[in-house]
Ligand binder design. Structure first.
Ligand SMILES: CC(C)(COP(=O)(O)OP(=O)(O)OC[C@H]1O[C@@H](n2cnc3c(N)ncnc32)[C@H](O)[C@@H]1OP(=O)(O)O)[C@@H](O)C(=O)NCCC(=O)NCCS
Length: 173
């Protein structure tokens, strides 16, 4: 598994979390219980800290990086889809950060919000709770309140994936 200490910065992976062998986790990264990190995801906690909340998935190809001034906090029950880039941002609980989106330094995405596929939340952006933002730069989808249980199905699937992959993944090449 590609989990690296950087000097005194040592990742903390909860025993009930899952980090795929082809993910890369470096430095001051904390992965909480039942959270998961999928192939080719990179979490680089060199300049600051990165936290992945309980039951949150960071899916294939996503890149999470912090800066000296902006740690990354991703709350519980979030879905960080494929090929997402999160840089020095704070993500609340139950958020969907959809495939190919970018959330930049100093941004705050509040609880239950959705960053749509391919959207870019600019520096110091703010996404209010239960809102959906779309596009480049990301704009609020007016008149649309995100359902309270938006991520619950995907979160449950990924918690099940944690168990399945811990028990059954094996390399055959
Ligand atoms: C954001 C999202 C949830 C919207 O889904 P939805 O509520 O079903 O939206 P609809 O498809 O009904 O589209 C509603 C409107 O938003 C637009 N829209 C939808 N997704 C958009 C996106 N990602 N970017 C820009 N516009 C988008 C549609 O064109 C439509 O516009 P219109 O009203 O002018 O016709 C969906 O596009 C998305 O990003 N899903 C994430 C999938 C994912 O990443 N999963 C993670 C892996 S498990």
């Amino acid at each position: 598994m590609a989990i690296y200490a950087l000097g005194d910065l040592i990742p903390t992976i909860h025993p009930d979390a899952y980090v795929h062998p082809d993910a890369t986790v470096i430095g001051a990264v904390t992965v909480h219980a039942q959270a998961s990190v999928w192939p080719q995801a990179v979490l680089r906690g060199d300049y600051g800290t990165i936290e992945v909340g309980e039951r949150t998935s960071v899916q294939d190809g996503s890149v999470v990086h912090c800066t000296q001034f902006h740690p990354v906090v991703i709350g519980p029950d979030c879905v960080v889809g494929h090929n997402v880039h999160i840089e020095g941002a704070t993500i609340g609980a139950r958020c969907l950060i959809a495939s190919g989106s970018v959330v930049l330094n100093g941004s705050v995405v509040e609880d239950g919000a959705v960053v749509g596929a391919g959207a870019v939340v600019s520096f110091n952006g703010h996404v209010a709770a239960r809102t959906m933002v779309l596009g480049v730069p990301a704009r609020v989808r007016e008149g649309h309140e995100v359902p309270e249980d938006m991520t619950s199905g995907i979160v449950a699937t990924y918690v099940a994936n944690v168990r399945t992959f811990k028990a059954n993944l094996r390399r055959v090449d």
